[in-house]
Ligand binder design. Structure first.
Ligand SMILES: Cc1cc2nc3c(=O)[nH]c(=O)nc-3n(C[C@H](O)[C@H](O)[C@H](O)COP(=O)(O)OP(=O)(O)OC[C@H]3O[C@@H](n4cnc5c(N)ncnc54)[C@H](O)[C@@H]3O)c2cc1C
Length: 385
């Protein structure tokens, strides 16, 4: 009998992998420490954006992810009846740099498909009636989309179950230990009668916790860092488009400008979400996915810069998640673990897991089943951290 492939982790990456493996005829068992979506995926704010150009392998990957999304949303609806909330709603960019030189910002997007046009101050006021700031110019970018992360997890989980993937949840963390020179063992609260033979393939897709799951496995720790992201829900009606803006804060050192960037997002239920691009520094060890007072304060300062002081009373929810950031140039960490041929890794998707997770799942499955090469910038580094 065919030995089932084991997938560790039931976020977007693990579920997309399990689904893809099953669609290609593999028996699959998915082991999840908590419940599917419990990690970064359910905390995500559901923004999908194509890259501004396609000159690097990571940007090419993001473009592929963008192009595959309409088909994926349709397939999931056909398979499960669940609408994952995929909508090409477009975006409005009123970042400081755009306001200063809108023509330059527009030119920088000339390689993206879809319409990009400059918006005047009066057009912005018309499009965003609840906004209290008064930008002098901005951009409309046709090709930006949203998806409902929770509906996505529900649909992927349902699709997996319907196709015969066996999903085991609430197991607590499963660890991977070396066995002999090139084998592995799984340790933890495993489903009964379970064993790892030398033939069994295991894919680790446990988000930022993937590092913890790899126990004493040479050659080196997985180069992965946890980066917190936080978001709030507002009872302000959803904007028609995703609005990207800057809100500089004295307490935050931000040479690159990333920590000042926020998005106001049409949420699935007609309300709106506001989230940060990068997030608060991670100081706890081990990192905690609990939302913080500091994170809330930063989001409120940003929200006030858009909607005025009263917005404090309009926050209906506040949450956080830990993004798995690959600590090397390139993009996610994908491929076979050096020296352990039955162990595969799929993590490090950082801020783009919803956009590229399903595409990277196909890449890993292509490599596992057909021997396709994972592009070098995404492969697992052999050296040290
Ligand atoms: C606030 C916020 C907003 C974001 N917004 C966006 C966005 O708009 N667009 C976008 O593309 N991305 C966004 N992201 C990033 C995106 O959420 C992540 O890139 C993506 O969810 C990572 O998916 P994953 O499956 O690798 O990890 P996770 O979703 O974290 O899933 C890992 C799973 O593994 C389980 N697990 C952990 N350890 C073990 C173990 N040892 N054994 C078994 N199971 C284990 C966990 O319980 C979890 O369910 C956002 C993230 C945050 C925090």
């Amino acid at each position: 009998m065919q030995e089932a492939v084991i997938v560790l982790g039931g976020g977007i990456v693990g579920l997309a992998l399990a689904r893809e493996l099953r669609l290609r005829g593999q028996a699959v068992e998915l082991f999840e420490a908590r419940h599917c979506g419990a990690g970064a995926t359910n905390a995500a704010t559901g923004v999908l954006r194509p890259p501004p150009h396609r000159r690097t392998p990571f940007f090419q990957l993001r473009q592929r992810g963008w192009e595959q999304w309409p088909g994926l949303a349709t397939q999931l609806r056909q398979e499960t009846g669940i609408d994952v909330g995929y909508r090409v709603c477009g975006g409005i960019d009123i970042r400081d740099v755009t306001e200063r030189d809108p023509q330059r910002a527009c030119d920088q997007l000339r390689h993206t498909d879809g319409e990009v046009r400059i918006l005047s101050a009066s057009q912005l006021q018309e499009l965003l009636p609840s906004m209290q700031r008064e930008p002098t110019a901005g951009l409309f970018i046709e090709q930006e989309a949203t998806v409902d992360p929770r509906a996505l997890i529900e649909a992927l989980r349902e699709s997996c179950l319907q196709s015969g993937v066996r999903i085991h949840e609430q197991l607590g963390p499963i660890g991977i230990e070396p066995r002999g020179d090139d084998g592995i063992d799984l340790v933890g609260q495993l489903p009964h009668d379970f064993c790892v033979s030398a033939e069994r393939q295991v894919v680790l897709a446990a988000g930022w916790e993937s590092t913890n799951a790899l126990r004493d496995l040479p050659p080196a720790p997985l180069p992965l860092d946890p980066v917190r992201g936080e978001a709030i829900a507002l009872d302000i009606p959803a904007p028609d488009h995703i609005v990207t803006f800057d809100a500089r804060q004295e307490a935050i050192e931000d040479a690159a400008g990333n920590r000042s960037r926020f998005s106001w997002i049409p949420a699935p239920n007609g309300k709106s979400w506001l989230g940060n691009s990068v997030g608060t520094d991670q100081q706890e060890d081990p990192p905690s996915p609990e939302p913080t007072a500091m994170g809330l304060e930063q989001l409120l300062v940003a929200a006030q810069s858009m909607f005025g002081a009263e917005v404090r009373d309009r926050v209906t929810d506040h949450w956080a998640g830990i993004r798995p950031k690959a600590m090397r140039h390139g993009g996610p960490l994908l491929g076979r673990w050096p020296g352990r041929p039955q162990l595969w890794i799929a993590t490090g998707h950082y801020r783009t897991g919803l956009l590229v997770g399903p595409t990277t799942a196909s890449m890993v499955v292509d490599a596992m089943l057909g021997g396709a090469q994972i592009p070098e910038p995404f492969s697992i580094p052999e050296g040290s951290k």
